[in-house]
Design a protein around this ligand. Structure first.
Ligand code: GLC
Length: 553
C-alpha cells in the first residue's frame, strides 16, 4: 500500500508509548522525575522506534490520584519542571520525529482547584454551575462506584451550602458540569493552549463519565464530543482524540461518532485486551478469535488502540465472573494482587513468571493485532511490579535504566521492585547489549510493524488453524498480505493454514530467517512453544497505480 497515506493519518499505525514524567527520569537529583530528565532520554525512545509519546498528567496537583486531580490546566507541576522545560522537551521530541499527546482530564478537577473552591463558596457563586450540585441526589447504584475500596457514594455533602456535589471518582475529584457552555468553552481553551505548544492530541480520560453525567441537561452529549473534535481539527488537522471508553463494543462505537467518525479518533480496545488475558490464562486462541470477530470496524479514518497493560489496574470487568476468576487463578491468585474486585495490579512479566518466550509471544501478538499498539513505559524491558506500593501504584514504579536503577541519585519517588525484577536483573543498559533481550525484541517488532502498515490499515480475517492454542490472522491491503501466527501454549506443534488467493506465493518470516511456499493453497507451519511468525506474502500483481486517489484514504 502507498506509504504516503500513513503520514496524513499518522495515528493509524503509530506506536504509542505512555509514560509518567514523575517516574521516568530525574534530571535534578531530587528523587522525582522531570522534563529535563525525560528530554535526556529522547534518543532512547527514538531508537526504540516509538512514534508518539502519551504523557500522563503533568499539571499542578495535590497528587491524591497521581496527578489525575488537577488544580491548574494551564501550567506544569513545579516538581516536574517549568513551562520552559516543557517547550524544550517538545522541541527535542519534534526534532526526533516523535509526536506528543497528553492526558486530558476534564471530567473533574481536584477539590483544591480555584474553580471548585469558588463554586463551593456559595450557592450564588458565579462558578456554582461549573460543577454538578444537587439538593437530594438519586440513591447510588453500586455499579457506578469506580473505587469501591475508598468510596461508597458518587455524591458528597458539602456542609457549607447543604448541597451534594457529584464525583464519579474519588470525593476529592468533583465532576465538572459540561452542560454549562462556559465549561465547554474552557475545556476547548485548554486543548487550544497545549496544541499551541505543539501537542498532537490528547488521551481523553474517562470519556463516558465526562459526557454522561449531565443527565438531560445537555440534549445530545455526543454533540459536545463532536464539537470538541471539530474545534481541535480546525486548529490542527492531524490532531487526535484517543478515548478511554471501557464499554461493550455495541455501546462504544457511538463514541467514534455514529457512522462518520467525527468524535473520538481512536478508542482503546478494552474488550480485546480482556479477552487476550482470558486467552493467555487458558492458553487458547478462542477468546481472541471471539473478540476480534465481535469488534466492529471503526468508521473511516478512525482506529482501535490495542494494549495489554496500562497504568491502571488490569481491569477484567467485562468478563463473566467465572472468566475473571480463571484469569485471577492464573495470574493473580493472592488477594493482594487483586484490586476493586475486578482487576489485577501486576505487570505482565511477573504474571508470566518471567517466562521470556511467553512474554515475547504476547507482545508479538499485540503488535500484530489490527490497530495501533499502546505500550506502558518499562514494558519494553519486562519491568515487574512492586506490590508494596499502594493500589495501582504497584505498576507505576521508576523506570529501570541501569543495574543501580539509574532513575535518580536521590531516594526515588516510589519504591523499586526487588527480587527477580530488581534493576540488577531488569534494566535498559544490559538489554541494549544483549541481542536476545526483550528490548531488542521490541525494537524488532516495532520496526516490522512500521514496515507492515497492512496490519493496521488492512482488512483482517481470522484464520482456522485447526489447533485450539494457535491463533492466526491475515491482513490484506491494496493487494499486499501479512499473515501472523501465534502459539499460545508451551508445547511445539504444527499447523496447516489455508491461504485463499495466495497459492504459489512465497512467505517470508519477518521475525526469523526463513521462507516457505504456499502449495495447493496451503502452507504447513511448525510452531515452537509460544512461537510466533509474521509472514509477508511475496507481492502478486502490480503495485497500486500511482493515480490512486489520495483523498479516498
Ligand atoms: C482514568 C485514569 C485513572 C484515574 C481516573 C480518574 O480512569 O486512567 O488513572 O484515576 O481516570 O481520573
Amino acid at each position: 500500500m502507498r506509504l504516503t497515506y500513513t503520514s496524513d493519518l499518522w495515528y493509524k499505525n503509530a506506536v504509542i508509548y505512555c509514560l509518567d514524567v514523575e517516574t521516568y527520569k530525574d534530571g535534578n537529583g531530587d528523587g522525582v522525575g522531570d522534563f529535563r530528565g525525560l528530554t535526556q532520554q529522547i534518543d532512547y525512545l527514538h531508537s526504540l522506534g516509538i512514534t508518539c509519546l502519551w504523557l500522563m498528567p503533568f499539571f499542578p496537583t495535590p497528587n491524591k490520584d497521581d496527578g489525575y486531580d488537577i488544580t491548574d490546566f494551564y501550567s506544569i507541576d513545579p516538581r516536574l519542571g517549568t513551562l520552559g522545560d516543557f517547550v524544550e522537551f517538545m522541541r527535542t521530541a519534534k526534532d526526533r520525529g516523535i509526536r506528543v499527546i497528553a492526558d486530558l482530564v476534564v471530567n473533574h478537577t481536584s477539590d483544591q482547584h480555584p474553580w471548585f473552591k469558588e463554586s463551593r463558596s456559595s450557592k450564588d457563586s458565579p462558578l456554582r454551575d461549573w460543577y454538578v450540585w444537587s439538593d437530594k441526589p438519586e440513591p447510588d447504584d453500586p455499579s457506578q462506584i469506580v473505587f469501591p475500596d475508598k468510596e461508597n457514594s458518587i455524591w458528597q455533602l458539602d456542609k457549607k451550602t447543604g448541597q451534594y456535589y457529584l464525583h464519579s471518582f474519588y470525593r476529592h475529584q468533583p465532576d465538572l458540569n459540561v452542560a454549562n457552555p462556559e465549561v465547554r468553552d474552557e475545556i476547548a481553551r485548554v486543548l487550544g493552549f497545549w496544541m499551541e505548544l505543539g501537542l498532537s492530541g490528547f488521551r481523553v480520560d474517562a470519556v463516558p463519565f465526562l459526557i454522561e453525567n449531565v443527565g438531560d441537561k445537555l440534549p445530545d452529549p455526543h454533540a459536545f464530543l463532536a464539537d470538541l473534535r471539530a474545534f481541535m481539527s480546525r486548529r490542527e488537522g492531524g490532531a487526535v482524540l484517543l478515548g478511554e471508553v471501557n464499554m461493550p463494543y455495541k455501546d462504544l462505537v457511538g463514541y467514534f461518532g455514529d457512522g462518520n467518525g467525527d468524535q473520538l479518533t481512536m478508542c482503546f480496545d478494552f474488550i480485546g485486551m480482556q479477552h487476550a488475558w482470558l486467552a493467555f490464562a487458558r492458553s487458547e486462541a478462542g477468546p481472541i478469535n471471539q473478540a476480534l470477530g465481535d469488534r466492529p470496524k471503526p468508521p473511516k479514518d478512525c482506529q482501535w488502540a490495542t494494549f495489554l497493560r496500562n497504568h491502571d489496574e488490569l481491569t477484567l470487568d467485562k468478563l463473566t465472573d467465572e472468566e475473571r476468576q480463571e484469569v485471577f487463578d492464573a495470574f493473580g491468585p493472592d488477594k493482594d494482587m487483586q484490586i476493586y474486585g475486578r482487576g489485577l495490579r501486576r505487570r505482565l512479566p511477573s504474571m508470566f513468571g518471567g517466562d521470556l518466550r511467553r512474554i515475547k509471544m504476547a507482545y508479538s501478538l499485540l503488535f500484530s493485532m489490527p490497530g495501533t499498539p499502546v505500550i506502558f513505559y518499562g514494558e519494553e524491558i519486562g519491568m515487574g511490579d512492586n506490590l508494596d506500593e499502594e493500589g495501582r501504584m504497584a505498576v507505576r514504579t521508576p523506570m529501570q535504566w541501569s543495574q543501580s536503577g539509574g532513575f535518580s541519585d536521590a531516594p526515588p519517588v516510589r519504591g523499586i521492585p526487588g527480587g527477580s525484577f530488581a534493576p540488577e536483573r531488569v534494566n535498559v543498559a544490559d538489554q541494549k547489549r544483549d541481542p536476545d533481550s526483550l528490548l531488542r525484541w521490541f525494537q524488532l517488532l516495532i520496526e516490522r510493524y512500521r514496515e507492515c502498515p497492512e496490519l493496521a490499515w488492512g482488512d483482517n480475517t481470522v484464520l482456522d488453524t485447526g489447533h485450539p492454542s494457535v491463533f492466526a490472522h491475515r491482513c490484506d491491503a491494496d493487494g499486499a498480505t501479512v499473515v501472523a501466527v501465534h502459539n499460545l501454549c508451551d508445547t511445539a506443534t504444527e499447523i496447516d493454514l489455508a491461504l485463499e488467493g495466495l497459492d504459489g506465493s512465497v512467505l517470508t518470516d519477518l521475525l526469523a530467517d526463513e521462507t516457505m511456499e504456499v502449495a495447493d493453497g496451503t502452507v504447513r507451519l511448525p510452531m515452537s512453544p509460544h512461537g510466533c511468525r509474521w509472514l509477508r506474502a511475496a507481492p502478486r500483481g502490480d503495485m497500486p497505480p500511482e493515480d490512486a486517489s489520495i483523498i479516498a484514504h
